[in-house]
Design a protein around this ligand. Sequence first.
Ligand code: GAP
Length: 437
Amino acid sequence: MDIDKQNVSLGVMEKITSLAKRRGFIFQGSEIYGGYQGFWDYGPAGVEMKNNIKKEWWKYMVSEQENVVGIDAAIIMNPKVWEKSGHLKAFTDPLVECKVCNKRFREDSEDSISEHEKTHKDEKDIWTKAKTFNLMTEVLLGTTEPKEKSYLRGEITQGAFVNFKNVVDSNRVKIPFGIAQIGKAFRNEITPGNLTFRSREFEQMELEYFVKPSDGESKETFEYFKEMRKKWYESLGIDPKKLRFHDHEPDKIAHYARYATDLEYEAPFGWSEFEGIHHRGDYDLKNHGLTYKDNLTGEEFTPWVIETSGGVDRAMLFFLIDAYTEDGERVYLKLNPRISPYKVAVFPLLANKPELLSKARDVYKDLKANFNVVWDDRGNIGKRYFAQDEIGTPWCVTVDFESLDDNTVTVRDRDTASQERIAIDNLSEYFQNRLRK
Ligand code: GAP
């Protein structure tokens, strides 16, 4: 029986978690010591996929744009940055505490709260009123006591603002222009969960786009980036029916934003934020005392900022969920080849035939010059297809006895399981063309 992709949501998180570990995508952080809540390690397939996502993002948001430049700021910044940015006061989540066992939960994490209530079935009124809890992660620096308190950045964003003047002075950028960045952020999340969805250490990919202070122009830019970001996820294969925008209610909006929209994905655990698009107005530059001078007109003003802020880990998780497909006996990740960890797997039909091995090694080495290729000579061909399907490798190449005679190989397609014979000399061109589609 074919199982429709839409109908696999039951238990899909368990299936994805198990596949992610089995195939080397995502491991529990510090697993041999029992793990560490909210921290994850990426395995060989995971790091390839994560790098592909970042590469695609950079190409789309920076390289293909005329007026966007990149930076890579330090994770730890002068603590004054966080004072001025408002994070030390306002970067908070509301939490409730269980009066019986003092465990704390995010007020909006309804699932965890109702799960916890089951452990105190006989008690009534177990929750305290919601209190706010700061998400910044403290670090202590220096060698003499008292050590200096600093913070791991809670958003990568501030690096773009504090370098605003450096970028303007060292580049030919003119308003409107953007500063893009990808990097790690850290949050002392109260209830991390759903695999990497809410972690304590994660990566963000952000664009801070500076415009003239104007309601009309900034609204237009906001709408433009909303659609642009949605298109990016769709172009990499996310089912458009599972994407929607959700405007922030005024009482839930981040302290720095005038208005904001989340791009949401319909995950097995409900509609969830993929990425935030925020109108930050002049909030940050003004707080850091930074302005912009138009060299032509001499006009000096504080630019307004439209921000697109996505999570790399969250994007990867949703790409995995969206790609997870059960088709009869077969399980495969229908990943867009641009983000799949490997583009091609090369097999010798039999691992114990030196002539097949040697020919297959030559094919592998040739393809490796242009593509991310993986080698597999374990078990039988069926098992190798099974493994590559679960990793999401779009094409498998098998070198068999016919290959020795006519210099052709079998290329098997992940999504259709169909096979065709292709001349070894034409393989690179064949895959280039398929990747362009
Ligand atoms: N600079 C704005 C900012 O940081 P945010 O909505 O707090 O905005 C942006 O975060 C994105 O970062 C989210 O949409 C999500 O993809 C990712 N993100 C935030 N917190 C996260 C967490 N604890 N674990 C994984 N990803 C997270």
